[in-house]
Ligand binder design. Sequence first.
Ligand code: NG6
Ligand code: CA
Length: 508
Amino acid sequence: MKPIIKNVLLTLLIAFTACKTEKKEKEASQVKSRTKPNIVIIYADDLGYGELGAYGATELKTPNLDKLANGGIRFTNGYASSATCTPSRYALLTGVYPWRNKSAKILPGTAPLIIDTAQITIPKMLKQQGYTTGIVGKWHLGLGTGDVNWNQRVSPGPNEIGFDHSYIMAATQDRVPTVYIENGDVVNLDPNDPIQIDYQKNFPGEPTGKNNPEMLKMKWHHGHHNSIVNGIPRIGFMKGGEAAKWVDEDMADDFLKEAQRYVKNNKNSPFFLYYALQQPHVPRTPHSRFVGSSGMGPRGDVIVEADWCIGEFIRTLESEGLLENTLIIFSSDNGPVVNDGYYDDSVEKLGDHKPAGALRGGKYSLFEAGTRVPFITYWKGKITPGTSEALVSQIDFLASLSALVKSNTKSQDSKNLLDVFLGKSNNGREELILEASTRTALRKGDWAMIPPYEGPAKNNYVNIELGNSSEYQLYNLKEDLGQQNNLAKSNSDKLAEMIKTFENIRGT
Ligand code: NG6
Ligand code: CA
């Protein structure tokens, strides 16, 4: 090449690169000067209070979540609204206590949408303030109006309650249909192989977990013996839709890629992303990269996988120049369960790991471990790192985010705790109603009160104490975090006060 041509080309290249850098810098400064921050809620499924290094775990390594917790506010009294998934997700999005909605209980994959399309939700409120809104991951709030045809656009769903973009699984990883749904349409659906779903009866000739154990790569322990997908027996019956079925081991990567894509596609306007991870809910199916990574079997491995996904996701925010303009909230929909219906070595390989930390109970329980969960807010450069003992609930996101974006939107039960979430105040809630499978209890100040409930004290299948007792239970959590000393009889004044507050809120 002649030197002169070489020089011209070189000059052009330098000019081009400078131009590109300038553009990137301009974009980054535009992003910084925006008054409305991006908002991301990362929500784990069945992750317990004691599961992160930052919350005291010693046997499991969660470096990315620890970075969030140690670089933001780590709440030690942060609650999901319920000890199961659907009600917690309902409360998170609507700011309404789940026990006000009779349909807010664990839903089958065929359940109709339980959020009224006229109801206010976080994404709706944010849309009114100019946000683009997206959900990636687990939905579990019902779809359609009762008789879903999975071969047509499925509606109403997330897109009808405020999300501009949705890429979801309908219910849970252990429930059919085992397909992704993007903006109402099943992804990769072959019209010649339509999907049929039934929760009552099997389709003639189709194998099931119960009848065909020879086809299983994961055995069921209780429940989970209907249709077999990818060698895993599920809840509910499914026929057809072969090409659309997800690969369980790829699910974490699939959701991560969608979440990253959403950020890249929407980085030029303020955005909201609800990134609802499927881990460590059953069936636990780590990608081969993570198999054996925890030494604790699949349950530990998928927590390591989830932590990695979160790290990758945050790296994307960083490389897009968005981290300093994004509020990240991390929490879990309910407490931990070790055996939730499959033989997956989780019990055998748990070792010294304590999923609930020092708390009593677990998923499904009215004791603390049912609803007290990891709860972190992180905003690089805006939130001064620290630990907060303030009483906060996921139900408060609606009013608090509404205050953040200067909307006047309120809901029945959501409290504006923006200053608490940003680490500027320690004045959390005075009290909070806790829910577990339609039973409710009260947390107020340092105290927890559980009214008498019929039913077994323990669910032996999952090996979790549920909180049922024929007597009132009253615990001082400051002195007795593990809820071992029932003070209902010895402190009748406190009990009477708690009952009064409880009945005032719940209505008698
Ligand atoms: C239970 C399932 C459990 C899990 C749970 C929902 C059985 C025996 N157990 O009914 O495995 O799927 O529902 O979990 O079927 S949640 O986190 O979505 O609420
Ligand atoms: Ca859950």
